[in-house]
Design a protein around this ligand. Structure first.
Ligand code: NAG
Length: 499
């Protein structure tokens, strides 16, 4: 990264170079190549999270097959998909959200991904292949999880050794889960857009299944946490309810299909589904801010008048985020990082950064700006704020630490991740059982397997970070932290002034 990769002509006078370094620009400007490197790594991370049969073109070599009987307890095939974070459970709600955001990254910034576009599509497809199985294995239901999370968390086993119960959980008409079903619909619809040209039959299948899932979500209304209880709570409890996912799902299907049934649905239900609620945290739980920005695009780029109100809603969201705006609500650390919560804070940073960049793109194509009370916030200001967040994550911060593993000179070495911290099955083929496994969580040694590209939970509200594997609030990665970052670094790899 920049601190090491600042290229200066050797003929420059020493005095000028001294001046340059004393101004501390040496660590503040990442180059386009740095962002391209971060993009490559941010996608590579998904290979570490793969469940199922590892394919021959797998680039990340320390992982191997796992979860090959997933679904067997219910006589269905649920092999594949992603482990959400540092454990070995396949949680459907965050997996679907991850997929929606990865696809959205490709939709908005795929044009900047160059050679990484194939890897990005493959990362989406690894998930959508699984979500299709989960949605179609048993008609009238959706499988939303594999793995008993309480039992899983009582062990520290690498996925290849996993011998904890692979219970399967599903939602149905009797036990509804509108949140997870509508998020699954959103994921399938968003992914259908990125395969429209490269694989039309697959794209059609994704969109059709999205419509079926959305109908199921809307018809049988309920929160999956009420249906599944301690299997999903407190892990991925649906705290925000399911209204936000219904509107988000309909919005994605409308974007993918242009079918007017879904724009009518949005118009007649937007109000009751909470479209106007203020919410400045966009996450696997709460989709409101993302829906506003997504629908604003219909107005800004396609001139759909019915969606004009989402431009004002999006302005309000953006105003709540930008320091210096009269209605700012977001908190920042002294080092300038958006700070929302002590646990896995960087998920909020990457998701809101993505929304800043997507909104900047929509505004630019329309020549518009966001209006915050009396002030005008331009697309350039949104991009500058997004860049600060991205650069902070990549090492331009008071701790001089990159929060992306394997990027830059200094990054965390003790990641809260079973696969990374236990020796690879290739290095240590003998089974490491549940009882022997916790020594690797407790060990002070660096991870034997570098979890390249993973963005971790990140520092606290004072920019402090403890590189400690037990400190899961700061040192655990998650698929949904990386997903929106993929789009953000793609953007900066093509739009930064660095050489
Ligand atoms: C539009 O979507 C509705 C609801 O899913 C469906 O019944 C209808 O067939 C779709 N129309 C077209 C033209 O695909």
């Amino acid at each position: 990264m920049s601190c090491a990769a600042l290229h200066l002509p050797s003929a420059w006078p020493l005095l000028f170079m001294t001046l340059l370094f004393s101004m501390d620009v040496s660590c503040s400007a990442l180059t386009a190549q740095d962002y391209a490197d971060a993009l490559d790594k941010s996608i590579l991370f998904y290979e570490a999270q793969r469940s199922g049969e590892v394919p021959s073109n797998q680039r990340l070599k320390w992982r191997a097959d796992s979860g090959l009987s997933d679904g067997a307890l219910d006589h269905v095939d649920l092999v594949g998909g992603y482990y959400d974070a540092g454990d070995n459970v396949k949680f459907g709600l965050p997996m679907a959200f991850t997929t929606t955001l990865l696809a959205w990254s490709v939709i908005e910034f795929g044009v900047s991904m160059q050679s990484q576009i194939q890897n990005a599509r493959a990362a989406v497809r690894w998930s959508t292949d699984y979500l299709l199985k989960a949605a179609t294995a048993t008609p009238g239901s959706l499988y939303v999880q594999v793995g008993d999370p309480n039992k899983d968390h009582q062990c520290w086993e690498r996925p290849e050794d996993m011998d904890t119960p692979r219970n399967v959980y599903k939602v149905s008409a009797q036990n509804p889960g509108s949140d997870v079903a509508a998020e699954t619909a959103a994921a399938l619809a968003a992914a259908s857009i990125i395969f429209q040209e490269s694989d039309p039959p697959y794209s059609s299948k994704l969109l059709l299944t999205a419509m079926i899932m959305f109908d199921f979500a809307d018809r049988y209304r309920g929160a999956y946490s009420d249906s599944l209880g301690s299997a999903v709570c407190p892990f991925y409890c649906s705290y925000s309810g399911f209204n936000d996912e219904l509107l988000w799902g309909a919005s994605w299907i409308y974007k993918a299909s242009q079918n007017s049934s879904y724009s009518s649905y949005i118009q007649s239900n937007g109000h009751t589904l909470g479209a106007e609620d203020d919410s400045n945290s966009f996450s696997w739980d709460d989709k409101r801010a993302g829906t506003k920005i997504l629908l604003s695009q219909g107005f800004l780029q396609k001139n759909i008048q019915e969606f004009q109100l989402y431009k004002s809603h999006s302005d309000n969201y953006i105003c709540s985020l930008i320091p210096g705006s009269p209605s700012v609500q977001a908190q920042y650390t002294p080092g300038g990082l958006l700070y929302k919560a002590g646990e896995s804070n960087l998920q909020y940073v990457t998701s809101s950064t993505f929304l800043l960049l997507a909104y900047a793109k929509y505004l630019s194509s329309n020549g518009g700006a966001a209006s915050c009370g009396g002030s005008t916030i331009t697309a350039e200001m949104l991009i500058a704020q997004a860049k600060k967040q991205v650069d902070y994550i990549l090492g331009d911060n008071p701790a001089k630490m990159s929060y992306m593993v394997g990027f830059g000179q200094r990054y965390p070495l003790h990641v809260h991740h079973r696969g990374a911290s236990v020796p690879s099955i290739h290095a240590h083929p003998a089974h490491i059982g549940c009882s022997e496994s916790f020594q690797y969580l407790q060990s002070g040694s660096p991870d034997p397997n570098v979890l390249v590209g993973a963005i971790l939970g990140g520092p606290d509200n004072n920019d402090n970070f403890a590189d400690d594997r037990n400190n899961y609030r700061q040192s655990e990665p998650a698929t949904y932290i990386n997903a929106p970052f993929v789009g953000a670094v793609a953007f900066f790899s093509a739009n930064s002034t660095g050489s």
